[in-house]
Design a protein around this ligand. Structure first.
Ligand code: DLZ
Length: 165
């Protein structure tokens, strides 16, 4: 059988990221997985030059709370440039998975559009715990790293569009 590839596309722009202030909201459900996503995201931001003091981490009970927490953070802090939402939703026996995943994806998209800042969807939606492990530091990489890279790309795009900083 052909070995499964890691299809992740990770591009971290080589820009000056020293002035960015970035929020990270982390769901406590499946904490081992979301903790690994958080570590990957933070290290990627720090390696790219975002100062440690400019990375703000907040925990929420579950992925369903990610969009409202992102909105709260942006509402309370006008100087926050972007928010990365990290979660892990695993398929169970009931239909909770589809309702939560749909609401979270729509909610995160809505917050980004309403605040016109990058709000990044770093939420794993997996059928099994093994799939989640493979994507949080396993054979399929770490989606927290990808979320942080996407965030920096979007900030750079926004910077070019608004010609700021
Ligand atoms: C309730 C629930 C369930 C069953 N499964 C998950 C999950 O796999 N991943 C996740 O992030 N959160 C889950 N939750 C919690 C909900 O996201 C939410 O925190 C609660 O329904 C309270 O609003």
């Amino acid at each position: 059988m052909k070995k499964k590839e890691n299809l992740s596309q990770i591009f971290v722009p080589e820009t000056n990221n020293a002035n960015f202030k970035i929020g990270i909201i982390v769901s406590r459900w499946n904490e081992q997985v979301t903790g690994a996503l958080k570590e990957g995201a933070l290290q990627t931001l720090w390696d790219a030059g975002v100062p440690k003091n400019n990375t703000l981490v907040f925990d929420v009970p579950g992925s369903f709370e990610l969009p409202s927490a992102a909105a709260m953070l942006l509402d309370a802090n006008e100087d926050v440039d972007a928010v990365i939402c990290l979660g892990c939703i695993i398929q169970g026996e009931t239909r909770h998975f589809e309702f939560i995943a749909q609401a979270v994806a729509n909610g995160i998209a809505k917050v980004g559009v309403e605040y016109t800042v990058p709000v990044i969807f770093g939420v794993l939606t997996c059928n099994t715990a093994e799939q989640a492990e493979a994507r949080s530091g396993g054979i399929h990489g770490n989606k927290g790293v990808e979320a942080a890279a996407s965030c920096l790309q979007m900030l750079q795009t926004q910077r070019l569009m608004y010609q700021k900083r």
